[in-house]
Write a protein that binds this ligand. Sequence first.
Ligand SMILES: Nc1ccn([C@@H]2O[C@H](COP(=O)(O)OP(=O)(O)OP(=O)(O)O)[C@@H](O)[C@H]2O)c(=O)n1
Ligand SMILES: C[C@](O)(CO)[C@H](O)COP(=O)(O)O
Length: 233
Amino acid sequence: MKPRCWVVLPAAGAGRRMGTSIPKQYLTVLGRTVLEHTLSIFTDRVDIAGIAVALASDDPYWPELQIPGKERFLTLTGGDDRMISVRNALHALSAMALPDDWVLVHDAARPCLREEDLSRLIETLYDDPVGGILATPLRDTLKRQASDARHIIEATIDRDGLWLAQTPQMFRLGALSMALNKALELGWKITDEASAMERWGASPHIVRGHADNLKITHAEDLPLAEFLLSTRT
Ligand SMILES: Nc1ccn([C@@H]2O[C@H](COP(=O)(O)OP(=O)(O)OP(=O)(O)O)[C@@H](O)[C@H]2O)c(=O)n1
Ligand SMILES: C[C@](O)(CO)[C@H](O)COP(=O)(O)O
């Protein structure tokens, strides 16, 4: 059987940096929640075998969402940080997916992912042994602030060869599960799937995406996401 592609949507965060009473994945943009916009990127794709959504244990919003085909989604309880939520989703998926299947981990807070970038990621990596991520090249000068936390420049970091990692991050289910379980066991600080794979010695590929695949993180990101989504057909 050809490896299938599954999607994991970590959607169990509290959205603290957003400063809203509702977690940012449930904020409304153009009449739908951020999570519904993100789900809609994947739900009609014939190359996606299934979607696992990691939810907070006390999430009161998911049951109220009216999403076509909602019953097809696998929902599971996330964890105290994103890595645990992803690990839990991989464990849940292992009941129906094979170790050699692909998993595309995509932040629920990234509703502006372009279909063309998703397709390019899958097409570029589908026959690769390792996998990789969408990313964009750094285009601003990078500064490190002084360690005393004052907003004083301590150094300028050479930006050649530096990329901003995005999601989806696409890896084989078995390899990623092993890498994340090891990371948790060893207490590694992991903020994306690729860094867990790198710690295992893998060399994930970079597939260039678009800067408008923004992660809604701070208040100013919401109107930008609304504008971007309003320009999509
Ligand atoms: N314990 C967590 C933390 C985050 N996420 C998800 O991971 C994605 C990216 O994480 P981030 O932007 O950091 O979201 P939050 O953790 O909610 O934001 P904050 O750090 O501001 O609280 C989001 O879709 C978020 O819902 C998750 O599933 N489980
Ligand atoms: C996975 C990610 O979106 C890649 O840039 C990012 O690391 C998530 O970080 P966060 O602090 O959990 O938002």
